[in-house]
Design a binder for this molecule. Structure first.
Ligand SMILES: [Zn+2]
Length: 67
């Protein structure tokens, strides 16, 4: 997961959680089903809009944010 100081406002993307393209610290999260070789499409999320948890028993990171 890559992080950036700014939201890429040159794109038409919006953060899927808050529905804005506000200029805040942003992370790129890969989109399931878009993998082509080593390339995968990603969505921009504001870092403060996501809430991740780690499930030790399943070795799984998951989001607790409801879209
Ligand atoms: Zn957001």
């Amino acid at each position: 997961m890559r992080s950036f100081k700014h939201f890429n406002q040159a794109s038409t993307d919006i953060c899927p959680v808050c529905g804005t393209n506000d200029d805040k610290e942003t992370v790129l999260i890969g989109i399931d089903g878009t993998e082509e070789g080593n390339i995968q499409q990603a969505a921009q999320f504001h870092l403060d809009c996501i809430n991740l948890n780690y499930d030790i028993s399943h070795n799984l990171i998951y989001g607790r944010t409801l879209l």
